[in-house]
Design a protein around this ligand. Sequence first.
Ligand SMILES: Nc1nc2c(ncn2[C@@H]2O[C@H](COP(=O)(O)OP(=O)(O)OP(=O)(O)O)[C@@H](O)[C@H]2O)c(=O)[nH]1
Ligand SMILES: [Mg+2]
Length: 306
Amino acid sequence: MTQHAGFAAIIGAPNAGKSTLVNALVGSKVAIVSPKVQTTRMSVRGVAIKGETQVVFVDTPGIFKPKRRLDRAMVTSAWSHAGDADALVLLADAQELVTNARGRAADDTHEIVKALKKEERKAALALNKIDGMKRTDLLPLVQALTAANTFEEVFLISALKGDGVADLFQWVADRMPEHAWFYPEDQAADIPSRLLAAEITREKIYLRLHDELPYHSMVESEKWEERKDGSVKIDQVIYVQREGQKAIALGKGGQTIKIIGELARKEMEEIFGRRVHLFLFVKVREDWAEQREHYKEMGLEFPPDE
Ligand SMILES: Nc1nc2c(ncn2[C@@H]2O[C@H](COP(=O)(O)OP(=O)(O)OP(=O)(O)O)[C@@H](O)[C@H]2O)c(=O)[nH]1
Ligand SMILES: [Mg+2]
């Protein structure tokens, strides 16, 4: 049988559940997830196979009206992946669209729909987070969105619970061109280990400190040392923007950073399948989001001044 392979980009407003969906499609964790908006900064590839078809799902940063430099880089990256993809899925938070129709997430979603329409870009719409929602609330939404004729197909899914995910996968798989597979059969993610390790720590920071330490942190794996016993020693730096944030990240007597380190280490050991010695350092660097070198580390282009 001939092989099919291609790229499917998942785009959407921040917090729609894109990373959760990519993890569900791939069947293992390739992208970090948190209740905060703008969790994903760089696009992550997750690989999944259906029959003779290999789909490379591209998780992208949320699309919204960007102001800061890092935001602009993230949104640019998301659109460029959409442009390159063989299949495109717009993911939207159905709960937001129904109960908070004038909210920011709904606004961002409508702007994306407009942009797709303008470019006459073919895409599927997946309404996410239908778990816990009433069908009667969903139907008018689906009707309104299909009436506009922008989408080839509309799916109702729960990325978290798995409902509808297989149908969406099938739709995507059917759109993959004839092509040899891009990755070996057993590869699920395409992200360098040190970058993934940094992402895992960032997820734990977001989960633990999402109210106190918004957005303004980044993690870099500075050292990666293979040990003879098969374990690895990883030194990571957490950059924050203020002294006060450093105190928050450390916590009383270093308690917070210790918990974050333990959670991150455990997950790294699971994912890498080996023992990990993780050392975390917190540094204040007020303008890290203005420094070119960090963008490369995050896999983003450094956008010019506005
Ligand atoms: N109830 C429910 N929650 C979901 C579902 N999918 C995702 N979530 C939650 O929504 C939040 C955001 O999920 P993410 O996967 O990080 O969303 P994202 O679109 O990747 O967000 P950004 O990377 O910030 O743009 C998390 O708290 C998820 O657990 C779903 O199907 N149902
Ligand atoms: Mg994400």
